[in-house]
Design a protein around this ligand. Structure first.
Ligand code: FAD
Length: 505
């Protein structure tokens, strides 16, 4: 008889790592499936993990930058490029999304901004048992566990917006704008970068302002989930199955010893293996959790029901602009993974999206011609985010995940465009904007709701009608937080784990 796990978690991003860690800490028998590899970083080396894969660098960026690309004309399962690829691109109908693949999920590529929702009373009104007050202790705990803080002028960080715009008559980045935390290890002495022990034998470096960008953090200057959550959880018995991809979820017959079977592709051997569990927690990131649920219901016939599945998909109002500042003195490829928030001094509005500047930290290792690299170093990406209406709809069309989404229905995009235009006019340097929605913050589609017609999951994160099946990642978020969402995902996952443990006691 095959082993039956008490809990099987699918995916190791903010949703999966936090839930797995909470359950392992309480002594639950939990295994975590992750399709990506462990990354070869200083903290992961210090964990004693044997099979580590380097972040793509140099020419490898072409062969291992992308895991897969999904699009209408590509194979049903997407165009697989490398099982070690760092990113995954979904050209899914009206929206294009980018996400990551690694043990630690999005934390490897994210810009390390940790924040509470910008939308006031975010959790109130979606379910009678869920509220802002109930989630608050979970925010406090996850933000403390991720560490970091807002940057200070005395940290002497290159390109910090608060420093650059300190005396600018045009732009503002001071304390008048609420500044999120950056989950990096700030140097104890500005200008130095020591290797330190972070606790329980984990080694990492203090930030040197060259490591930790969108292509990963080799020295652990950015806090990633593999060492922050999974390392302590593994010491308490968590099993992490790296390079294992869930293909479909099936409810077992009542006579079976387990409630769920997850068909899994072992990417070490290429074989399909069934894994059995009493409880399954889906945390494969919005796009992949939705694909798993939809294909398990509509193709594999392992699940049924879920009438609200795919509804209320959102983009967190993401809009990306390329601001070609071309300051010959500047090198924006140094600094924090995100240089900070900024806004024009004049004409600000309450409903303005949050505007952040992101430089291409780590570009030195990219295989690009020197003149292009120079050009890129002198520019920044501007990312605007705010609450969209999250009224998109995801479904499978001929086996491919497609999203219908009307950008013009959400006023936040018009405001972002106006802001980009204003920044361009004030600086004399145009901000180039992509009109088609592109998001690094896809969310919803399997949202919290009081009944099965309002949402897919209940207040305990459990799928209506499917005891033991949970959604703990961004797919469950009931609305756009309007700012960096990772702490909201982590807090939700922590809340679901706490409810699970209460019921189990
Ligand atoms: C470039 C970039 C910058 C960002 N910056 C920020 C930021 O500064 N602040 C912020 O709050 N957010 C940021 N985000 C967004 C943030 O990373 C995501 O919102 C967050 O990671 C989502 O968490 P999650 O748990 O839902 O999924 P993920 O973190 O995406 O984790 C899902 C995991 O599941 C794995 N997986 C997928 N399918 C399967 C399968 N079938 N079987 C097994 N495993 C599977 C994936 O490999 C992945 O590791 C950024 C995102 C990107 C791409």
């Amino acid at each position: 008889m095959a082993r039956v796990h008490e809990v099987l978690v699918i995916g190791s991003g903010f949703g999966g790592s936090v839930a797995a860690a909470r359950l392992a800490e309480a002594g639950v028998d939990v295994a975590l499936l992750e399709r990506g590899p462990w990354r070869d970083t200083l903290p992961v080396q210090s964990m004693g993990i044997g099979n580590r894969i380097r972040y793509p660098a140099g020419a490898q960026l072409y062969s291992r930058g992308l895991r897969a690309v999904h699009g209408r004309w590509l194979p049903r399962q997407g165009l697989g490029l490398s099982r070690y690829g760092l990113f995954e691109l979904h050209a899914a109908g009206d929206v294009t999304t980018l996400c990551a693949s690694s043990v630690g999920g999005g934390s490897h590529v994210y810009t390390a901004l940790n924040d509470r929702p910008r939308v006031p009373d975010y959790w109130d009104g979606h379910h009678p048992e869920v509220s802002n007050a109930a989630l608050e202790p979970h925010y406090q705990r996850v933000m403390e566990e991720m560490g970091g803080r807002p940057p200070r002028l005395e940290d002497a960080i290159p390109n910090l917006t608060a420093q650059r715009y300190r005396e600018s008559p045009l732009f503002d980045a001071t304390e008048t704008l609420e500044r999120p935390r950056h989950a990096v290890q700030f140097p104890a002495t500005p200008g130095t970068s020591r290797e330190i022990e972070w606790g329980e034998g984990i080694r990492r470096r203090e930030a040197d302002w060259k490591d930790g960008g969108l292509l990963g953090s080799r020295f652990g200057t950015k806090t990633t989930l593999d060492f922050a959550y999974l390392a302590p959880a593994m010491r308490r018995g968590l099993r992490v199955l790296d390079l294992h991809e869930a293909i479909s979820v099936h409810r077992c017959r009542q006579t079976h010893a387990a409630r769920y079977c997850v068909q899994t592709r072992n990417l070490y051997t290429g074989r399909i293996e069934p894994l059995y569990a009493e409880h399954v927690m889906l945390a494969a990131g919005t796009m992949n959790t939705l694909r798993l649920l939809l294909s398990s219901r509509d193709e594999a016939r392992g699940l049924d029901g879920m009438p609200a599945l795919g509804q209320r998909f959102g983009t967190n109002g993401d809009a990306v602009g390329w601001w070609s500042i071309q300051d010959p003195e500047a090198d924006f490829s140094r600094g924090l993974p995100c240089h900070g928030v900024m806004a024009p001094r004049e004409g600000r509005r309450e409903d303005d999206p949050l505007l952040i500047e992101v430089g291409l930290v780590g570009i030195a290792g990219m295989p690009l011609p020197a003149p292009l690299k120079r050009k890129l170093r002198r520019s920044v990406m501007l990312l605007a985010m705010g609450a969209d209406r999250a009224d998109g709809r995801a479904r499978l069309e001929r086996g491919r995940l497609r999203v219908r989404y009307d950008r013009d229905a959400s006023p936040v995009f018009g405001r972002a465009e106006a802001l980009f235009k204003q920044v361009g006019e004030l600086s004399g340097r145009k901000v180039r904007v992509r009109r088609k929605p592109f998001t690094v913050h896809p969310l919803g589609g399997a949202v919290l709701g009081a009944t099965e017609t309002d949402g897919v999951v209940d207040a305990a994160g459990e799928v209506h009608g499917f005891p033991g099946l949970f959604v703990v990642d961004a797919a469950a978020l009931p609305a756009a937080p309007g700012g960096p969402p990772s702490m909201t995902i982590a807090a939700w996952s922590s809340w679901v784990a706490a409810r699970f443990l209460e019921r189990r006691a």
